[in-house]
Design a protein around this ligand. Structure first.
Ligand code: PHE
Ligand code: FE
Length: 291
């Protein structure tokens, strides 16, 4: 749900409701589709055991996500609603930003229902049900992260009147999609884009190439990101409580106004004012850039 759509004149496709949701139609998944989920699930849950944040792992557990097959959104929503009041609803693909924000503000996470093909296990540009559900849903069982996602939706709706949607998109990108969190002196993964990716689960924590920098709201809102490859910089929060407090207690309006006067930063920038946890050597990005 990262794409920025034109603001107006987008209607839900035929068969979708006014809020863009569609039935998941869980019964129509084939055995082959369930098998793709199972392969991805087995591989990622083993990989993440000592890499993901404890909150993510707890979410997998309390939501019983190890149950074989693509999760049934109704069943998943019942469990999740009992814990934090969140629900999961299917959508046909990417939805317009205001639709996405409104769902978040109402504690509904919209997810793709389709699953990648067996030859796409490692990389897929569009978010499928594995990215959306395995990647995003476990943290919605965490009460603090659940509140952050709702606040983000409300903030997203508000940002539209400041023409600052791209600022909020960057915040989403560098937290919800690609965030790291400190835990007991180590760094752990929580971003959905990382935990749903086999390669990036290793790269984000272990590789010397990317920067790892302490969370800074203003800094993140100035930073461009890459959608086509591993990130060049990851931002690290001390806790989800820090993430929630900082974003909730800051009025973004003056920030948007101030940032309109300052330049954007490239994805690999390191500033004097950054809290650098690891200064990346960018060897990976450079190797890709070479002709
Ligand atoms: N405090 C933000 C604002 O004034 C709203 C927000 C909260 C945005 C949490 C993102 C996350 O707009
Ligand atoms: Fe995502």
């Amino acid at each position: 749900m990262e794409k920025v759509f034109p603001k107006h004149d987008l209607r839900p496709p035929p068969g979708a409701a006014a809020d863009w949701t569609i039935p998941q139609d869980w019964r129509s998944y084939t055995a082959g589709e369930h098998a793709v989920w199972d392969r991805l699930f087995t591989r990622q849950s083993a990989m993440l055991r000592d890499r993901a944040s404890p909150a993510f792992l707890r979410g997998l557990d309390v939501l019983r996500m190890s149950k074989p097959g693509i999760p049934d959104f109704e069943e998943l929503s019942e469990r999740l609603a009992g814990l934090t009041g969140w629900r999961v609803a299917a959508v046909p693909g990417l939805v317009p930003d205001d639709v996405f924000f409104r769902h978040l503000a109402n504690r509904t996470f919209v997810a793709g229902r389709f699953i990648r093909r067996p030859d796409q296990l490692d990389y897929l540009q569009e978010p499928d049900v594995f990215h959306d559900v395995f990647g995003h849903v476990p943290l919605l069982a965490d009460p603090v992260f659940a509140d952050y996602m709702q606040a983000y939706g409300e903030g997203g709706l508000r940002s539209q009147s400041f023409d600052a949607l791209h600022r909020l998109a960057r915040l989403y990108w560098y937290t919800v999609e690609f965030g790291l969190v400190r835990y007991g002196g180590a760094l752990k993964l929580y971003g959905a884009g990382i935990v749903s990716s086999h390669g990036e689960s290793v790269f984000a924590l272990d590789d010397p190439s990317p920067n790892r920098i302490g969370f800074d709201l203003r800094r993140i809102m100035r930073t461009q990101y890459r959608i086509d490859d591993f990130q060049q910089t990851y931002f690290v929060v001390d806790s989800f409580q820090e993430l929630l407090s900082r974003t909730l207690e800051t009025d973004f309006a003056p920030l948007y106004r101030e940032l309109a006067q300052s330049s954007d930063l490239p994805p690999d920038a390191v500033l004097e004012t950054d809290l650098v946890i690891h200064g990346g050597d960018q060897t990976y990005a450079k190797s890709k850039a070479a002709p």
